[in-house]
Ligand binder design. Structure first.
Ligand code: ZN
Length: 141
């Protein structure tokens, strides 16, 4: 798969409709990271890890592009965003966990027995980890 030039892609996120959702989410994630670091003393963000659920309506790839646009040019310009993908689990009361479901098919009826299906997880949208370098460590090198 050919990768589009990053500049064109970033411009699309900002100017085009739709992925604004990811852009505002990336901004929010970055704000959360900065607030966490600032509370512990000055430092530079190295990376952040977020849990994104299958049902959270977020495109991980777009989120990473949006993130790069958000941190670009600032003090944390090299900070990476890692996305941990959390699929939703479908469980039938009779058959247990369903492995065969088609992605994106949220009909809550078991394909095997017709029984009701419970959906668990998949709605995660959390900053679960971040790493940073304190400023004093940086100057001590
Ligand atoms: Zn079943």
């Amino acid at each position: 798969m050919a990768r589009e030039p990053r500049r064109a892609r970033t411009a699309g996120i900002i100017a085009g409709g739709g992925p604004l959702h990811e852009l505002s989410l990336a901004t929010e994630i970055y704000r959360t990271c900065r607030a966490t670091i600032d509370a512990r003393g000055p430092g530079r963000l190295d990376s952040a890890r977020v849990a994104i659920g299958e049902l959270a309506a977020v495109e991980p790839e777009l989120l990473v592009y949006a993130w790069e646009a958000v941190v670009s040019g600032g003090r944390d310009t090299a900070a990476r965003l890692e996305v941990e993908w959390h699929p939703a689990r479908q469980t039938c009361a009779n058959c247990g966990e369903l492995k065969e479901r088609a992605p994106g098919n949220w009909l809550r009826i078991c394909p095997a027995c017709g029984g009701p299906v419970r959906i668990a997880g998949g709605d995660e949208l959390d900053v679960i980890d971040l790493s940073y370098t304190p400023d004093e460590e940086e100057t001590a090198k």
